[in-house]
Ligand binder design. Structure first.
Ligand SMILES: Cc1ncc(COP(=O)(O)O)c(C=O)c1O
Length: 286
């Protein structure tokens, strides 16, 4: 498998990252993940825009244009023969010597970019069956809108969930549900679909963006409105959304069934609308 390292496509073993890289030292960097179906990217523009927006929020000057980045990523999936899979891209601020917290002068530092691919098929059986979740306090920082490589808060929550046998962690701040450890979270009550609004407490998910658009176009009732743990417990359906999971039903929370304990009709409808959107851009999904 080849990877991108700065502006070159090389073997992964050729990549050398300096131990004084600020990504390694301070988690001073950002990332994004985009998915390809049938060898074609889905919502590439939106993912590239979000990477640029994360970079701007931490005053990191990216060493390429959006067009150049899209070209490099397209070349990478072609070379690696990715049919259905994910591309993970990461940029750090670069080498900072001597180690010092403030951002170095952008003229004196070169950001380091890497991108890797993984082949990951759609798990239709899991999307039908759904997954389990555990409620965990949201202990992360207050700039969750930045897709930062500093993910300790997220991985600690996911680890907590896994230790208790659950697939995902649903995070809350003083009883207000924010998102999951690696996905946005949604609830459905009386045929209205709710998810936390964008802002500094959640990642502006691209899957969320697509689902909001397709749901509105289909005339479904959708509200970008925060909800509480109490609302969640009384909801009819719950699901998580992300680039890699699409719309994934959550059928049990803290060991208790959500609604009937099976995937509900609204999530099923949203899954179909999402697949329609993917097929519009990338052709028939398998
Ligand atoms: C914390 C968090 N929220 C939400 C998402 C979903 O974002 P997207 O739909 O763009 O994959 C992710 C995806 O990685 C995430 O890590």
């Amino acid at each position: 498998m080849k990877v991108i390292w700065n502006d070159e496509i090389v073997e992964r073993s050729e990549v050398k990252i300096d131990m004084e890289d600020r990504g390694y030292q301070f988690a001073d960097g950002i990332y994004d993940v985009v998915r390809a179906y049938n060898g074609k990217f889905f919502t590439l523009n939106e993912h590239v825009d979000r990477l640029f927006s994360s970079a701007e929020k931490i005053e990191l000057r990216l060493p390429f244009t959006k067009e150049k980045l899209k070209e490099m990523l397209s070349e990478l999936i072609k070379i690696n023969n990715i049919d259905t899979g994910n591309v993970y891209m990461q940029v750090t601020r670069g080498i900072g010597i001597p180690r010092n917290h403030p951002y170095p002068d952008p003229e004196e530092v070169s950001p380091v970019f890497t991108a890797t691919t993984t082949i990951v098929a759609r798990d239709q059986e899991k999307m039908d069956r759904g997954m389990s979740a555990l409620i965990v306090p949201d202990l992360r920082w207050l700039r969750c809108d930045i897709k930062s490589i500093s993910l300790l808060g997220n991985i600690m929550a996911k680890h907590e969930a896994h230790k208790k046998g659950a697939d995902e962690a649903i995070l809350h701040r003083e009883g207000i549900v924010t998102e999951c450890s690696s996905s946005n979270v949604w609830m459905i009550k009386n045929d209205t679909i709710y998810t936390h609004p964008d802002g500094n407490l959640v990642l502006p998910g691209i899957t969320k963006l697509v689902l909001l658009r397709v749901a509105q176009n289909a005339g479904l009732s959708v509200k970008e409105e925060a909800f509480t743990l109490e609302d969640l417990k009384k909801s009819d359906e719950v699901f998580a959304s992300s680039t890699t999971m699409e719309a994934m039903p959550i059928t049990s929370i803290d060991g208790n069934p959500v609604g009937t304990g099976q995937r509900g009709p609204v999530v099923k409808k949203l899954q179909q609308l999402y697949v329609d959107a993917v097929e519009n851009e990338c052709g028939k999904v398998r």
